[in-house]
Design a protein around this ligand. Structure first.
Ligand code: ZN
Length: 448
């Protein structure tokens, strides 16, 4: 029953989003029939003329190691981009990350009378100083490999060059643009609220936010919804004693049977709900059991003729909306409370990235991005399934900004692996799409 109702709600929500999207598309189509304006054409020409400079900036950024824990490297990449924003007339600031044990963030602000637009990048990569993968290298005419080349130094370069194009076309002056490049996207510092305070503050009052992650690598896709993730720890205790007395009045079921009941009931009652997943990743149990949550390592001891006294399980939970999280957590807590005889259990949730729930505003922004792409002759852009989009920084501002889109950065394949490769032709095309979208956001919203 519950699941069927959820599915119906989903269909209804999607139908509303779709109809709003079509209406918005119709409105934009009328205006866009003149295809590109003179200023948009000037931006396209500028981006083509400066493509080599954009690739050179990308190469410099990639060649500075900025694994999240290499704080000095992250700061150096920050300084590289900071100089670009300074040259564009932005007010720039380095937000020190000592309070969350990371390098910090770059924040660049360009005040103007237009609607506030927030552009989001990150400076760090998953490749630390001891990684063998350190340098930018060409791989054929149109490809290059490098640590963080698409995740997401390429996206950072797209932000810089789209803004340069806007300035060249005389459009930047009246715009209100804030850029935040975080220094710890790949391994966010804790507490998360502190580590993302600068991003959330920058989002205040923004009408639009655009994230330049690489997404699924396909230029025909963008992200308008991401699932959030939470981790959980389940601790079960039972009464220990001789195994011959299990299920009897003194010993009851023991901790291992109780943990098995809980996990299997999670699966029975929650598996299959759309966009919801949960996974027990590690379990230890026996007469004694310890689990270190920092490195997910544990130990257990017990005997086959002794009823288990203790079990610890750690897992994750992913959902698309806060409501879906709340409902799943309530169900899990209720299951945990239905203890077998002589056992008890408790579950604790440790919230990680919040969800970027689907919204009418996000869908509208995608329609505008798709329109910009088609006017540029660069094809249709559709939304990637939220089940295929991992957590990212845009999720932290989901409640702050009415229109959000992500994954419009440099495209390629195999991010987070030593084969991380950029499709270099997408550097110019993604920059054009971004520049035209940002230009239209300024013009459109001033009139509304
Ligand atoms: Zn990334």
């Amino acid at each position: 029953m519950e699941m069927r109702r959820t599915t119906r709600m989903w269909l209804r929500t999607h139908a509303i989003l779709l109809s709003v999207g079509l209406v918005a598309a119709g409105v934009v189509t009328m205006r866009a029939q003149a295809t590109l304006s003179d200023q948009e054409r000037a931006m396209v020409a500028f981006i083509d003329a400066n493509n080599d400079a954009a690739i050179a900036l990308l190469e410099r950024a990639v060649n500075i190691n900025s694994g999240t824990q290499n704080l000095e490297g992250v700061r150096q990449v920050g300084a590289l981009f900071r100089a670009e924003f300074d040259a564009l007339g932005f007010k720039t600031e380095w937000v020190d990350g000592r309070a969350w044990e990371r390098a910090g963030h770059l924040v660049a602000t360009h005040p103007g009378p237009g609607p506030k637009v927030l552009l989001i990048g990150h400076l760090d990569t998953v490749f630390e100083r001891d990684s063998p993968f350190q340098k930018f290298e060409r791989a054929g005419a149109n490809q290059a490999r490098g640590p963080g080349i698409i995740d997401m130094k390429g996206g950072d370069v797209i932000i810089v060059h789209a803004l340069k194009a806007l300035k060249h076309a005389g459009l930047l002056d009246t715009m209100s643009i804030t850029v935040v490049m975080t220094g710890d996207e790949e391994s966010a510092g804790r507490p998360l609220a502190t580590a993302r305070a600068a991003l959330v503050a920058a989002a205040k009052g923004a009408r639009v936010a655009i994230g330049f992650e690489d997404g699924d690598g396909d230029p025909a896709h963008a992200v308008v919804a991401r699932r959030g993730s939470t981790s959980w720890t389940l601790e079960v205790t039972g009464v220990t004693g001789h195994s011959s007395q299990i299920f009897g009045p003194d010993l009851g079921a023991g901790a291992i049977y109780e943990a098995a009941r809980i996990l299997n009931t999670f699966r029975d009652r929650l598996a299959g709900e759309r966009h919801l997943t949960f996974n027990p990743g590690v379990i230890v149990g026996g007469t004694a059991a310890e689990l270190n949550s920092m490195d997910s390592r544990g130990s257990a001891s017990g005997k086959s003729n002794v009823v288990a006294a203790r079990v610890i399980v750690q897992g994750d939970l992913r959902a698309l909306t806060v409501a879906q999280f709340d409902k799943a957590k309530a169900t899990m807590r209720a299951i945990v409370a239905e203890s077998l005889p002589r056992t008890s259990a408790r579950i604790a949730f440790d919230d990680g990235y919040p969800p970027l729930a689907p919204s009418v505003g996000n869908e509208r922004l995608l329609v505008m991005y798709d329109r910009a792409s088609r006017d540029l002759g660069l094809g249709v852009v559709t939304a990637v399934s939220p089940d295929r989009a991992g957590a990212a920084d845009v999720s932290f501002i989901a409640g702050e900004v009415p229109m959000i889109i992500d994954a419009v950065g440099l495209k390629g394949k195999d991010d987070h692996s030593p084969g991380e490769t950029a499709e270099l032709s997408t550097l110019a095309t993604q920059t054009k799409r971004a520049a035209v979208l940002i230009a239209r956001l300024g013009v459109l919203s001033r009139g509304t």
